[in-house]
Ligand binder design. Structure first.
Ligand SMILES: Cc1cc2nc3c(=O)[nH]c(=O)nc-3n(C[C@H](O)[C@H](O)[C@H](O)COP(=O)(O)OP(=O)(O)OC[C@H]3O[C@@H](n4cnc5c(N)ncnc54)[C@H](O)[C@@H]3O)c2cc1C
Length: 267
C-alpha cells in the first residue's frame, strides 16, 4: 500500500475567447462601446458578452447604432464585476454555462469519483478504467479518524496490503503477463478489480461549466458531505475563485465549518 495525501487538483483547461471574431461581430453591428473590466478573464468576458447579447445592452441606446443598441436600454452597468453580480442576483445563471473549466483530480478514491459523477448537468468525466489498467500497488488515502488512531491505521494498512497481494496472486493464477490478446487481459483485469477496495486512489478528468461548478461546490463542501470530496471541492473552490473572481464574488469560506457558501445559491 502506498499511502497518499489529500487529493491533487490540476487545472488543465479553460474557455478562451477568439478575440478578433468578437471584435468583428461588434464592428458588424455598428461598434457599440463595450469595455469589460481590465484584466477580466476570457471566461468572464464571454459570460458578460452572453448577457449583453440577450438584451443588446453593450451600451446605452444610440440611434446611430440601431443594430448594436436597444431603444429600451438607456444606460448600462459599466463594471463587469457589477454586471456579473447582477446576473447572479437575478439567477440568470444560464449565461455561466458558456465558460467551462477542466481539472485532473489525482489521488482521489473511488468513493469520491462515485459521488462526483452523480453531478450530471453541465459536467463531463473521463475516469481511469480499471478494466484496462491493472492494479498492482494500491494507492490509499487514510481518512482523518484513521490517521489519528494507530490501531485503526494498522487495520487499514493490513487489509489494503492483503488486497494488494490478492491482485498480485490473481495475476499469477491466471498468468496474465503471458497472455497475448488484450481482450482476455481486459476481461481478467476487470474480474480482479472486484476484489479491490473502494478507497483505492485513482484519477479522473472533470470538465464543468461555471454554473455547474457553483452547484457542485455548494453541495460537496457542505458539512453533510463526505470528508474526501469536501477536501477535493474545497481545493477547486479556491482555484475557481482566483480564476473567476466576478463569477464567484458571492462565494466565501466559512472558516469554522470549512463550507464554501454562496449568497445566491443555485443560480
Ligand atoms: C450530502 C449528500 C448526501 C447524499 N446522499 C446520497 C444517497 O444516500 N444516495 C444517493 O443515491 N445519492 C446521494 N447523494 C447524491 C445526490 O442525491 C445527487 O445525486 C447528487 O448530489 C447530484 O446532485 P444533483 O441531483 O443536484 O445533480 P446535478 O447533475 O448536479 O444537477 C444540477 C441540478 O440540475 C437539475 N437537474 C439535473 N438533472 C435533472 C433531471 N434529470 N431532471 C430535472 N432536473 C435536473 C437539478 O435542479 C439539479 O440540482 C448525496 C449527495 C450529497 C451532497
Amino acid at each position: 500500500m502506498r499511502e497518499i495525501s489529500a487529493p491533487d487538483v490540476y487545472l488543465i483547461a479553460k474557455t478562451s475567447l477568439v478575440d478578433e471574431n468578437i471584435k468583428a461581430f461588434l464592428k458588424d453591428i455598428g461598434s457599440p462601446e463595450w469595455t469589460p473590466d481590465k484584466d477580466l478573464s476570457d471566461g468572464e468576458k464571454l459570460i458578460e458578452a452572453a448577457g449583453r447579447i440577450c438584451y443588446r445592452s453593450w451600451q446605452g441606446y444610440d440611434p446611430d447604432k440601431p443594430q448594436g443598441t436597444n431603444p429600451n436600454v438607456e444606460r448600462v452597468r459599466s463594471s463587469s464585476k457589477e454586471y456579473i453580480g447582477n446576473i447572479l442576483a437575478h439567477e440568470h445563471g444560464s449565461v455561466l454555462e458558456h465558460t467551462s473549466v477542466t481539472f485532473i483530480c489525482r489521488n482521489v478514491s473511488r468513493v469520491v469519483t462515485h459521488e462526483l459523477v452523480r453531478h450530471r448537468a453541465g459536467m463531463a468525466y473521463s475516469q481511469e478504467s480499471l478494466r484496462y489498467v491493472r492494479l498492482d500497488n494500491l494507492d490509499f488515502w487514510l481518512p482523518e479518524a484513521v490517521q489519528g488512531n494507530n490501531v485503526a491505521k494498522k487495520k487499514f494498512q493490513d487489509v489494503v496490503d492483503f488486497l494488494e497481494n490478492v491482485q498480485k496472486d490473481l495475476a499469477k493464477i491466471f498468468d496474465i503477463d503471458n497472455l497475448k490478446d488484450f481482450a482476455s487481459k481486459k476481461k481478467l483485469t476487470s474480474m480482479f478489480r472486484r476484489l479491490a477496495p473502494i478507497g483505492l486512489g485513482t484519477s479522473i478528468m472533470v470538465t464543468g461549466n461555471l454554473r455547474a461548478w457553483r452547484h457542485v461546490i455548494a453541495m460537496r463542501t457542505s458539512g453533510g458531505a463526505e470528508e474526501e470530496i469536501r477536501l477535493l471541492t474545497g481545493k477547486i473552490a479556491v482555484i475557481l475563485k482566483k480564476e473567476y473572481p466576478a463569477v464567484f464574488q458571492d462565494m466565501s469560506k466559512n472558516e469554522d465549518t470549512g463550507e464554501w457558501v454562496f449568497t445566491h445559491k443555485k443560480v
